[in-house]
Design a protein around this ligand. Structure first.
Ligand SMILES: Nc1nc2c(ncn2[C@@H]2O[C@H](COP(=O)(O)OP(=O)(O)OP(=O)(O)O)[C@@H](O)[C@H]2O)c(=O)[nH]1
Ligand SMILES: [Mg+2]
Length: 344
């Protein structure tokens, strides 16, 4: 499956039907009054978030989405038919921007959520509407209004709570496959992962939490070097990050610095995101070196530091314990903020 997480499309809502000018012409009714009906409303273009879609691939081929026009008002005061709406399914996590102004029109997060991206035009009023004491036979009606027309940019930002980040080859994909049912490709070379992988990990209470393994970041990723930058967007919405270090690399401390640097250069709060720093591949490191490395890292960050092996599945329960603890702590903080603001 191709992973497409950006698209540009054009949406055109339906035009409202024109109002009609008509007079009643009935046998034996000498001067029939105005009887032109109103036009029907134009259909709208509406997005709906769907759990069944994972990419914006469909929008690569199909770029123009139109809703139906309303029909003209009828005689005998009949209102024209409304145009049908055009319903378009998008994956959960799709952010919709107005292409030229970059204004966010909406963010489709929960399954079933609906967003009108182009409203249908109102139908025009028929001449019957203009009947008054001073004008018994209005000979005019209003045209239907045009439907909204917009160019949109769609951006998919995955909705994972936990992001796994690190340099290429750190063991991110191995870790997500040890923790969840996700089976991404694993290779002993950098840039094995070319698209983000999602995996659902069960909390002790049975709730599912989504983890995302994104392609490896390298120095300069925020400027577009390697694959990383494009994918940093997918961890923007995570609550915590597992920062995975290859303990067997030449200089894991420098590796740590590179990733931190990339997060700060990217901005959008990523460098302040709560992290769990995990030294990986401890099955292949001698205990003394590991001890030293742990001490060094602990001096560099206030985030928890621990050592694991994704491949040997060593201390993954400890890692997960820290993940759940951090998520719970964040939830409690959010609740505190909510209660405080409701007092204010
Ligand atoms: N010894 C050892 N090797 C590991 C461990 N975890 C992963 N590896 C190996 O490290 C290499 C890279 O693993 P991946 O899981 O593909 O790494 P990645 O971080 O997803 O790499 P990219 O997708 O390229 O960014 C593979 O050869 C893995 O078998 C571990 O705990 N111990
Ligand atoms: Mg990978």
């Amino acid at each position: 499956m191709q992973f497409i997480d950006r698209a540009e499309i054009e949406v055109q809502a339906g035009k409202g039907g024109d109002g009609l000018v008509a007079f009643r012409r009935e046998k034996y009714v000498p001067a029939g009054g105005p009887a032109g009906g109103n036009g029907g409303k134009g259909g709208s273009v509406i997005f709906k978030a769907s759990e069944n879609l994972q990419t914006l691939l469909d929008f690569q081929y199909n770029r123009l989405f139109k809703a139906e026009d309303g029909t003209r008002g009828g005689p005998n005061n009949c209102t024209g038919a409304n145009g049908s709406d055009r319903l378009i399914e998008v994956p959960c996590g799709t952010v919709v921007y107005e292409r030229d102004t970059e204004e966010i029109i909406g963010d489709l997060v929960t399954p079933g959520q609906i967003l009108c991206v182009a409203a249908g035009g109102k139908g025009g009023l028929g001449n019957r509407h203009f009947l008054s004491n001073s004008n018994r036979a209005p000979e005019y009606a209003l045209p239907g209004l045009d439907g909204e027309h917009r160019f949109l940019r769609l951006e998919l930002k995955l909705l994972a709570e936990v992001g796994i980040i690190g340099l290429p080859n750190a063991g991110k994909s191995t870790l997500i496959s040890a923790l969840s049912a996700a089976r991404p490709k694993i290779g002993d070379y950098p840039f094995t992962t070319l698209i983000p992988n999602l995996g659902v990990v069960r909390k002790p209470n049975g709730d599912g939490t989504v983890f995302a393994d994104i392609p490896g970041l390298i120095e300069g990723a925020h400027e577009g070097v390697g694959l990383g930058y494009d994918f940093l967007r997918h961890i923007e919405r995570t609550k915590i990050l597992i920062h995975l270090l290859d303990g067997t690399s030449i200089d894991p401390v420098a590796d740590y610095g590179i990733i931190q640097g990339e997060l700060s250069s990217y901005g959008r709060g990523l460098s302040e995101r709560r992290q769990i720093v995990a030294i990986n591949k401890i099955d292949a490191i001698d205990p003394e070196t590991l001890q030293e490395l742990e001490t060094q890292l602990k001096n560099m960050t206030s985030n928890p530091v621990l050592s694991i092996s994704g491949a040997a599945r060593t201390r993954l329960d400890k890692l997960m314990g820290l993940v759940w603890e951090s998520l719970d702590a964040l939830e409690n903080e959010e609740e505190m903020v909510e209660t405080t603001s409701s007092w204010a």
